[in-house]
Design a protein around this ligand. Sequence first.
Ligand SMILES: *[C@@H]1O[C@H](CO)[C@@H](O)[C@H](O)[C@H]1NC(C)=O
Ligand SMILES: *[C@@H]1O[C@H](CO)[C@@H](O)[C@H](O)[C@H]1NC(C)=O
Ligand SMILES: *[C@@H]1O[C@H](CO)[C@@H](O)[C@H](O)[C@H]1NC(C)=O
Length: 184
Amino acid sequence: MVELSKNHGIYFFLIFLLLSLASQLSLARPSKELKPCKHIVLHMHQVIFNGSNSANTTGAAVTSPVGLGHFAFGQVFIFDNPMTKDQNLLSPPAARAQGFYFYHMKTVPSAWMASTLVFNSTEHKGTINVMGSNFIPAKTRYLSVVGGTGDFFMTRGILEIEEDGVVPFVYFRLKMDIKLYECY
Ligand SMILES: *[C@@H]1O[C@H](CO)[C@@H](O)[C@H](O)[C@H]1NC(C)=O
Ligand SMILES: *[C@@H]1O[C@H](CO)[C@@H](O)[C@H](O)[C@H]1NC(C)=O
Ligand SMILES: *[C@@H]1O[C@H](CO)[C@@H](O)[C@H](O)[C@H]1NC(C)=O
């Protein structure tokens, strides 16, 4: 009897050891422990075309909303926006965000966006391609970095967006926190 319980003790110990090893393996790559291999913070500015302010505009609606709901469902905007290191529109651009977005929800303002962040400076040369739903009511929105070229060859990561300043129908600024998790 004594022998048996001793054996049980060993089995329990082995099972405990295996379980704790297994749980360590499953925790080996939690998202929180991943550190970006490149991290760039920029502010994107869009001056919206209103029919006459063409000298400074960087974005314009190219379709009318289709008339469903109250949040411009179906309206498409094209943009070529400067991105600066600080919040000042007039600072020298560190990159440009070129692409489009369209409002895609009838009940909530939300812009589905696809854009190329073009870097052409002494610091960085290359592009970062991002896409996803920019759900405007959320304080922080997360878009996927789906690829890149040049200094950002084959990169992947997350673009975190926060609203940084708005003048309705005239101007908005977004803080873009670019976190890359694949760098070559
Ligand atoms: C363009 O921007 C400059 C600098 O902010 C400003 O002085 C000028 O009035 C703007 N022009 C138009 C047409 O909005
Ligand atoms: C468009 O923007 C310009 C420059 O900010 C402003 O002078 C003009 O009054 C605006 N036009 C309309 C129709 O809002
Ligand atoms: C990058 O900058 C160089 C030098 O100013 C210019 O010749 C080239 O056309 C630019 N490329 C892009 C994609 O903007």
